[in-house]
Design a protein around this ligand. Sequence first.
Ligand code: SF4
Length: 465
Amino acid sequence: MTTFLGMPAGGGNLTGEPFPKAAREALGNAQLRRNLAKATSTIRAKRANVVGELPDWAQLRAAGAAIKDEVLADLDEHLVRFEEALTSRGTRVHWARDAEEANRIVCDLVRATGTREVIKVKSMATVEIGVNEALAGIGVHAVETDLAELIVQLGDDRSSHILVPAIHRNRAEIREVFRRGMPGVDPGLTDDPRALAEAARKHLRQKFMTVDVAISGANFAVAETGSLVVVESEGNGRMCLTLPRTLISVVGIEKLVPSWRDLEVFLQLLPRSSTGERMNPYTSVWTGPTEGQTSHVVLVDNGRTATLADPDGRAALRCIRCSACLNSCPVYERTGGHAYGSTYPGPIGAVLSPQLTGVDRNPTLPFASSLCGVCYDVCPVAIDIPSMLVHLRERVVSAKRTTPESTAMRALAWAMSDARRWRRLLGLGRFGRVASRHVPLPGWSTARDLPEPPKETFRDWWGSR
Ligand code: SF4
């Protein structure tokens, strides 16, 4: 076995078109904006209600942040503890440095079972590494069992939200997706939510009863006991985790919590911040395989160690994927998730994706924000996303050796270092500003008007007194 020393960069589905280009396209879609505004405002209001009920919300939030920071400070030790606990209960642990290695491990495990189909519990980590595409490459079809993920899959679409991947679709659009993509569906299917859910239930039930390999992620992983936790709303997760004879769980290394007791904090923070519920409907916890089952856990780095190495950026690894920052973000509400080009959209995506891949592969995302700060206010683990965005912007600018801005700043420094030179330049200044109103400045005057220059400069006015 080879030992990898270093900090692998993240691969898989973490990059896309530059944000300004993709956002411009999204802004042209009025139906998308209506769907997003309706869905995000509803979830926002629900969240505000249930968070407001807890007098100790601020303390819970501080506890969540502190537990995550404790894990990150000693991540190596917690991971080894977690591996030992899992191994002692009969689960095989695999380590993957990046998306490619994780996919290779999953494909080898699936190939060994001889199956042509696997069922999946909703998992951001598997979307991040692109496991469905990798399995398709070896002739295995992955069936999404979360309703929203199923809509995305049947519609040959991409997820646009962490929690509600089909948030950009309304009922009528979902009915059309089912009519076109769901085998054997009633052609007279209506867009009544109950009818849509029933159609999905029938379709999935048959998969649960016949497919023998499942792939899951995990919301939390308990280092002390080797337990994995999946939090969901439909019961599909429970079916996937218990029925198939082979269970493969793909888990990002930052998902750990030190002890069983710590879960108490997160199981209060997560449902209130995500779906606006006091408690989520299904919490599945498994510690080792169920009887007659073979279980594997693939621990994935894919840029997380590199993120951990940055003291100003590592808090992004506290994220529990609740999506409260997406639902509150004015930029996300107008552009939707596809504009971010990554599995992780919205404010958390704007700080996490560039860190996982390296800022050179995602240079526009740190600028996809107005820095209004609402993402920080609502985050249940107190990630200061606005400060992190500013830090990442600085990294993007420093990485580019010469930009129009840096050239202009150098020229200005040269001019201002000599009084006579500066006076002469001010004389030209008015001419320059008048000219610039008629000559577009790339990236600046496309969205703003330069003000009309004053007839007289301050120095002229002062000199004439
Ligand atoms: S950054 Fe905070 S608010 Fe956003 S998804 Fe993560 S935990 Fe939730």
